[in-house]
Write a protein that binds this ligand. Structure first.
Ligand code: ARG
Length: 260
């Protein structure tokens, strides 16, 4: 945020200089004078279609495609925004955001009041749902009672799993590893966000239970009290949600649009 403030200062100075007529043609035309504002984002790319890694190690999915549009909403003649991704385990993101090691957490976050962070406005609708093996005898949410249920460490899916009667909840750091272990029947079920569940159903033949455990929405997070950063994000989200890109990306990645 220091950089953003500096950016605003530079912009203010440029204005003053123009007003005083002290700006000569060479500096006025020099586009390399643009202030670059770098915004650092924490991400856990184990959660397709929100975010995953392609074979070359690039972060792909709805979240990176959405963020890639943000500079077009923010850049002006004085300032250029650069969003830089930092990969880490999902369970570490909130702490890194709280410590100010990164500016934002963008990782299919859903609301949890125990996370003491600044929340953006929501950008998609989601739910925590259970996924089982094709040959499982678990057919409904009631059948989950007393079963071994895996969820991502620190995720709201973990909370949803704990709300199931007598369930034995196993917390695992990486979602891709959870699904490999589900295949080998180490757990009876896995709880994840709706679009992630649908993706595993489509790609790997698992079965998703119809009824959701928790209806939620996805948000971007910043450090608690950093309202300036969240205002900037919300300004982008306003434009994104109103654009055609929103529907296009939701369709492309199978995410649910907010109803309004
Ligand atoms: N929506 C859930 C939460 O906020 C899980 C998000 C997991 N994201 C990830 N990239 N692994 O707790």
């Amino acid at each position: 945020m220091k950089k953003l403030f500096k950016g605003l200062l530079v912009a203010a100075m440029a204005l003053t200089m123009t007003a005083c007529g002290g700006n000569d043609a060479s500096t006025a035309d020099n586009t390399s004078d643009k202030e670059v504002v770098e915004i650092n984002i924490a991400v856990s790319p184990d959660y397709a279609p929100y975010e995953s890694l392609d074979t070359e190690g690039n972060i792909i999915g709805f979240d990176p495609d959405m963020i890639a549009l943000f500079p077009s909403y923010l850049n002006d003649e004085n300032t250029e925004y650069k969003f830089v991704w930092h990969q880490m385990s999902f369970e570490n993101i909130v702490t890194q955001v709280q410590n100010g090691q990164v500016d934002l957490g963008v990782s299919g976050f859903t609301y949890d009041e125990s996370r003491k962070v600044e929340w953006s406005k929501p950008y998609t609708a989601t739910a925590q749902v259970a996924v089982v093996n094709k040959d499982s005898d678990i057919k409904t949410v009631d059948d989950l009672e007393g079963k071994v249920i895996a969820a991502q460490s620190g995720a709201t899916g973990e909370k949803a799993a704990k709300s199931i009667k007598n369930a034995q909840v196993v917390s695992v750091s990486n979602v891709q590893e959870i699904f490999s272990a589900l295949t080998s029947k180490q757990y009876d079920a896995v709880v994840v966000d709706l679009a992630v569940a649908q993706n595993y159903v489509k790609e790997q033949g698992f079965v998703m239970l119809d009824e959701s455990l928790l209806d939620e929405e996805n948000y971007i997070i910043a450090k608690e009290g950093n309202t300036e950063m969240i205002d900037l994000v919300n300004k982008c989200l306003d434009q994104f949600l109103a654009s055609d890109d929103y529907g296009t990306l939701c369709e492309k990645y199978g995410l649910k649009q907010l109803e309004n």
